[in-house]
Unconditional design. Structure first.
Length: 456
């Protein structure tokens, strides 16, 4: 019904006795339409809207509304007070529900309200309140939609849906949520526990959990023990690693060796100073230790046990496998950093090692080395002297060199300190320098201090 063309006339209707009060605004407006009324009285005394109907007045309380259109629109959109309706009009808010949200939102700026509403924080506020009540979370509390909006936007969320999706998973910061997703985590509690214990990847974290492992250090310890060539159980592998790091020619008494071995095992103990459940052992007494030193193939290759003297003597280094960092050796001609890399340097190194008694020699080079050397024609000669491998393109040879040291405990010929790898790998940080042999290539030959200690 259209009432915009009505004429409103102010009048004092207090002396008219025959007045019928209409209760509903819709009914009042329908009577106006049905009887084609054009004039509506504004009763200044009783504050009513009124129309003449035969010998009666039909009236309805104005409730401070200026027009019947305003009155009826207010009723349609659930406004009970005219003051609220007109305030909402000024704020360009249509419904009482949205007006009430504004009044309780914590903001008075209509533009800010519009922004919050467009990003669904107004309607989402009650959803968050209900969710917090459901999970009985006391750590978060939002007094109004503005507090929720401020919290979300300060934590980089762009809208309510994005925020609530992360919030239900326990995340309160978008950046953290995105990083967690990239790493495979979907629940904040797991992500935070993993980060606190050093895990950066969900698959590794889950694999560790399934094995009863709680920290990345323990996981890496287990991984390193099992990712080598020794076909032994865990404590035997620890002993072999210990023996491989003792200086050549050194005699270690049995009691001293047992003490050193016990110290090595402590690195694997948990907070209760016990070895973890996954750690297997057989070297639990002196007899089993001696039996291993005298019968295990790897141990025999590393040294000899003297039963009469009760000591273990480490054999010379030339009994071990050796891997050459080809790119590093090729660049180290006469210690001159500006010199061009040559294949001849590598050949010189291989021949030197052979004169020292080494027989198992592997050379690993970067794919780019052949394009840098000044004598690539000598590659064929090098391949006849030693086993020669080239790393795949765009993959550093260091990856394969270090993998061989970790798995085989072989010697590594390189002047590289591998500092960047030590930062990322605790095993390398603790052990690589025991296996790395440094050198200088001169016109007279190779100088390698560690081999000077070797028995003649």
């Amino acid at each position: 019904m259209k009432t915009q063309n009505l004429q409103y006339v102010t009048a004092d209707l207090s002396l008219i006795a025959n007045t019928i009060e209409i209760k509903a605004i819709d009914d009042f407006c329908q009577l106006i339409e049905k009887h084609h009324v054009r004039e509506v009285f504004l009763d200044s005394n009783l504050d009513n809207f009124a129309i003449a109907y035969h010998n009666f007045l039909l009236a309805i309380p104005r409730k401070e509304f200026k027009t019947l259109d305003d009155y009826r629109n207010a009723a349609i959109y659930n406004f009970e007070r005219a003051s609220d309706y007109y305030e909402a009009q000024l704020l360009n808010i249509k419904t009482y529900e949205n007006f009430e949200l504004l009044k309780t939102s914590g903001v008075q700026d209509p533009e800010l309200y519009k922004t919050m509403d467009s990003k669904k924080f107004m309607e989402g506020y009650q959803q968050v309140v209900a969710y917090l009540d459901q999970i009985q979370d006391k750590s978060h509390s939002f007094k109004n939609p503005y507090e929720l909006y401020t919290f979300a936007t300060e934590n980089q969320f762009e809208n309510f849906d994005q925020f609530f999706n992360a919030f239900q998973k326990g995340f309160t910061n978008l950046h953290e949520f995105e990083i967690a997703k990239e790493r495979g985590f979907t629940v904040a509690s797991e992500y935070k526990e993993a980060m606190n214990n050093g895990f950066r990847d969900f698959e590794i974290y889950k694999e560790a959990q399934d094995m009863g492992i709680t920290t990345i250090d323990e996981y890496e310890q287990k991984f390193h023990l099992e990712n080598n060539d020794e076909n032994c159980i865990h404590d035997q592998k620890v002993l072999l690693l210990l023996l491989s790091k003792i200086d050549q020619g050194k005699k270690v008494g049995l009691n001293k060796l047992k003490t050193l071995f016990e110290e090595e095992l402590k690195a694997y103990q948990n907070q209760e100073k016990k070895l973890p459940s996954w750690f297997t052992t057989t070297l639990n007494d002196t007899e089993s230790l001696i039996a291993f030193l005298t019968k295990n193939e790897k141990a025999i290759k590393l040294g000899d046990y003297d039963a009469d003297g009760e000591y273990f003597e480490i054999k010379p280094l030339n009994d071990r496998n050796v891997v050459i960092d080809a790119s590093n050796v090729a660049h180290n001609s006469q210690g001159n950093k500006d010199s061009k890399p040559t294949i001849q340097n590598i050949i010189t190194m291989v021949k030197f090692l052979k004169t020292k008694g080494f027989t198992d020699i592997v050379v690993i080079a970067d794919a780019s080395l052949r394009h840098k050397v000044t004598d690539k024609e000598k590659l064929e000669e090098l391949e006849k002297e030693a086993t020669y491998f080239v790393a795949p393109a765009e993959t550093s040879a260091d990856t394969f060199l270090l993998s061989m040291v970790k798995s085989k405990h072989c010697l590594l010929i390189s002047n590289d300190t591998f500092r960047e790898y030590k930062v990322k790998d605790s095993w390398l940080a603790a052990n690589i320098d025991y296996f790395r042999l440094t050198f200088i290539i001169t016109p007279e030959g190779v100088i390698m201090p560690e081999l000077e200690k070797q028995k003649k």
